[in-house]
Ligand binder design. Sequence first.
Ligand SMILES: Nc1ncnc2c1ncn2[C@@H]1O[C@H](COP(=O)(O)OP(=O)(O)OP(=O)(O)O)[C@@H](O)[C@H]1O
Ligand SMILES: O=P(O)(O)OC[C@H]1O[C@H](OP(=O)(O)OP(=O)(O)O)[C@H](O)[C@@H]1O
Length: 214
Amino acid sequence: MSSITLALSKGRIFEETLPLLAAAGIVPTDNPESSRKLIIGTNRPDVRLVIVRATDTPTYVQYGAADLGIAGKDVLIEHGGAGLYQPLDLNIARCRLCVAVQKGFDYEAAIRPGGRIRVATKYINAAKAHFAGKGMHVDLIKLYGSMELAPLVGLADAIVDLVSTGGTLRANNLEEVEDIMPISSRLIVNQASLKLKRELIQPMLDAFAGAVKP
Ligand SMILES: Nc1ncnc2c1ncn2[C@@H]1O[C@H](COP(=O)(O)OP(=O)(O)OP(=O)(O)O)[C@@H](O)[C@H]1O
Ligand SMILES: O=P(O)(O)OC[C@H]1O[C@H](OP(=O)(O)OP(=O)(O)O)[C@H](O)[C@@H]1O
């Protein structure tokens, strides 16, 4: 019997995916927040979930280790999207990608022609494209998390990071100076899986599409 594997990260993506799964008649048998299991069954014998790091989701789907996955646009931009279909914006895990600096830092002066700033980020591709689009040279420093710390300790002048409520920026005396793009999570599908398992994948895709909130 043919079966499908869906890659999800725990936390906000898992939580916000539950109603979409329910709309497709799929209910997980464990909660990854409380279980240490990485492979989780569902009420459907032909559907299982694999729990991965958010950044790794496109890789599992690209290589067919998972047929489907749900990943943020931020993660997809950094991955590049090779081997993936991205048929549906699920409008979940919504936030935005921004440039932020320490309060009082004169960003406008720093980015004048001839200026050069140091930018710390986990999102190297997105940051490169943003500053190249403005014709600016920046020195990018790759970080894997807690970008907000970098300007506070002199590692960078600015950060490119995700912002939702703005609470993390406020708590660290930072302010947003540029909005780069809105971010939400997409359904991603392995290109070969879509062809070979269309009879299983298409109904799920349709159910998800019907349950997406505007
Ligand atoms: N504060 C936020 N509000 C809403 N959505 C967010 C927020 N922060 C991140 N996201 C979105 O949710 C996705 C998953 O975020 P999550 O925090 O689970 O993983 P991560 O810690 O960014 O990644 P990794 O675990 O691989 O380092 C992100 O890729 C982004 O698209
Ligand atoms: O504007 P806010 O509502 O404060 O949200 C922004 C924060 O959310 C994300 O972190 P997250 O909570 O995912 O922590 P993590 O990066 O350590 O997983 C992001 O990296 C910001 O730090």
